[in-house]
Design a protein around this ligand. Structure first.
Ligand code: MLC
Ligand code: AMP
Length: 512
């Protein structure tokens, strides 16, 4: 079974129901809507158009665009053809985009007019492998006639649907190969675990270029026959209005968004009434127990926190019916198996802290064209089962069986739900004239969770504004260090490895 069949039942049962509604409040405020039938037909037309452009099974199609209906149509079209979508974070800049284009070698890049300036920064050589760069704003010029349908493609569950780039410990991001079956496993697990209903209305403000927005949000809603009210991005006032007086029943967000909602609700008199909502979920980064509790006090709703990864889809969830415990991610979702192990890979008893390993149909097969990193990310048990090493440190409560995440084995920084690996920033900083050594660490931040800061050893004074402006052209803004500290030398151990835990306490000169 391929993923597009997930929508077959709503298509047969409720063809005239609104599947997707989109409004861009900053542009034309008129809603664009698609019923299930219209969505199906439009996806056929887009598939026929992409097929005419040469897209066939196994071809990668990169997406560099924001949330909009064309993203959904083009995505459905690509997977219907057996193509592989390669979404690119819209905040990514030259260095990150170049890497993805070189690594995934897509045949086609779909974008929108407003991203042209960023793409113009690429060297012609970076775009050399692309047969077409097409803007969906100009789709009228290249779409096939309205009732076109594609030649059917044989797509199997094990075929890839997505290559999603995740930040890598080795500096450059790795492409996680996600099959149709992987997505199906997460979707079917969540449909059951969260009691999705056809009359649900999802208010979706998360980016479709990540698992949270795409799989947990859009895919589940389409499979349930629900309605998705898609927005280009999170906007506080609009969200409060929608959750209190719109038709929404479901809201999914990262902790930064809940922090902003709590701060806003605290100040509002009279307080907006969210009683029509059925479920609030949080994930992608740790939700502080304080935020969880304050949200309940302000709204009467208990946020349901769940845990997932790009590589695995969703792994754990607090229960829909049952106690949702702040500071925990609950228990494994249906079909997910988990272990907590010590450094030697031995299972630990409940209550002890170790690395979390998972397996199940939700877990990806490996990294695109990277057998070494793939091999390093999995291990086999005595029965031959293949377990993915999440890199997340966890402890299971012996009484409740709920799991708490305690941190990471590797140096991942999570800022507002986006992942940052220090190494990538360090490598970039080292290419800047005058920078001799660089170490990047995460600093706690009340709104973003964490932000990156850099410790530099330089040959002399650095023009920091110029350094920041340069870094922002190369990397996504959220990866650019918020602060720079200057040291005479980085603290290193006998092996020469930088001792990052000592950095925060070291004598340094903050930003001059
Ligand atoms: C934006 N900025 C950030 C940031 N997002 N800085 C740090 N961390 C972030 N996450 C910076 C911008 O670079 C800009 O600075 C300034 O903030 C304002 O930008 P903005 O575009 O106005 O920000 P805003 O729209 O308010 O975005 C905040 C946000 C967004 C929280 C809504 O970051 C967001 O949608 N995050 C969700 C990420 C997500 O979906 N993750 C799921 C991954 S999947 P400047 O200086 O550049 O102008 C996954 C698996 C799982 O993790 O379990 O789900
Ligand atoms: P990504 O690579 O963007 O998919 O991010 C995956 C990582 O996000 C996980 O390995 C966790 O470290 C983190 N994460 C996701 N959900 C949660 C959560 N509920 N609590 C804490 N960390 C989370």
């Amino acid at each position: 079974m391929d993923l597009t069949r997930l929508f077959t039942i709503p298509l047969q049962r409720t063809p005239d129901k609104i599947a997707l509604e989109f409004v861009d409040p900053t542009a034309d405020p008129t809603p664009v809507t698609y019923t299930y039938r219209e969505l199906h037909r439009a996806a056929d037309r887009w598939a026929a158009s992409l097929q005419a452009l040469g897209v066939t099974k196994g071809d990668r199609v990169a997406f560099y665009m924001g949330n909009r209906p064309e993203f959904v149509l083009a995505y459905l079209a690509v997977i219907r053809l057996g193509g592989i979508m390669v979404p690119i974070n819209l905040r990514y800049r030259r260095r990150e985009i170049r890497h993805i284009l070189h690594d995934a070698t897509p045949r086609l890049l779909l974008t929108e007019d407003r991203q042209q300036a960023v793409l113009d920064e690429l060297d012609p050589e970076d775009r050399a492998g692309l047969e077409h760069v097409l803007s969906v704003d100009q789709a009228a010029n290249w779409l096939a006639p309205e009732d076109s349908t594609p030649e059917p493609a044989m797509v199997h569950g094990d075929d890839l649907a997505l290559i999603m780039y995740t930040s890598g410990t080795t500096g450059r991001s790795k492409g996680a190969m996600i099959s149709h079956n992987n997505v199906l496993a997460t979707v079917t697990g969540l449909l059951a675990a969260w009691a999705w209903q056809a009359d649900d209305v999802l208010f979706l403000v998360l980016p479709l270029f990540h698992t949270h927005g795409l799989v947990v949000g859009l895919h589940c809603a389409l499979a349930a026959g629900a309605t998705t009210r898609l927005r280009p991005r999170f906007q506080l006032e609009e969200t409060v209005r929608e959750l209190s007086s719109g038709p929404a029943t479901l809201f999914f967000a990262v902790p930064t968004i809940y922090v902003r909602l709590v701060a806003a609700l605290r100040e509002m008199e009279p307080r907006p009434d969210f009683s029509r909502m059925r479920l609030f979920c949080s994930g992608s980064a740790p939700l502080a127990a304080e935020t969880h509790q304050e949200f309940t006090a302000l709204t009467g709703h208990q946020i349901l926190e769940r845990y997932g990864m790009t590589e695995t889809g969703m792994n754990f969830s607090n229960p829909y019916a049952g106690p949702r415990i702040p500071g925990t991610v609950g228990t494994p979702l249906p079909g997910v198996f988990a272990r907590i192990v010590d450094d030697q890979g031995n299972d630990l008893p409940p209550g002890q802290e170790g690395e979390l390993l998972v397996r199940g149909s939700n877990v990806f097969d490996g990294y695109w064209q990277d057998p070494e990193k793939t091999a390093a990310s999995f291990s086999h048990d005595a029965q031959g089962n293949r377990w993915f090493h999440t890199g997340d440190l966890a402890r299971m409560d012996p009484e409740t069986g709920y799991v708490t995440l305690l941190g990471r084995r590797h140096e991942l920084i999570i800022s507002g739900g986006f992942n940052i690996y220090p190494r990538e920033i360090e490598e970039l900083l080292l290419t800047y004239p005058g920078v001799r050594e660089a170490a990047v660490v995460g600093e706690p931040h009340p709104e973003w969770g964490e932000v990156p800061v850099a410790y530099l050893v330089t040959d002399g004074p650095v023009d920091e504004a110029a350094l920041v402006a340069w870094a922002k052209r190369e990397l996504a803004g959220f990866k650019v260090p918020r602060r720079f500290y200057y040291l005479d030398a980085l603290p290193r151990n006998a092996m020469g490895k930088v001792q990052k835990h000592l950095l925060r306490s070291s004598q340094s000169t903050p930003t001059p």
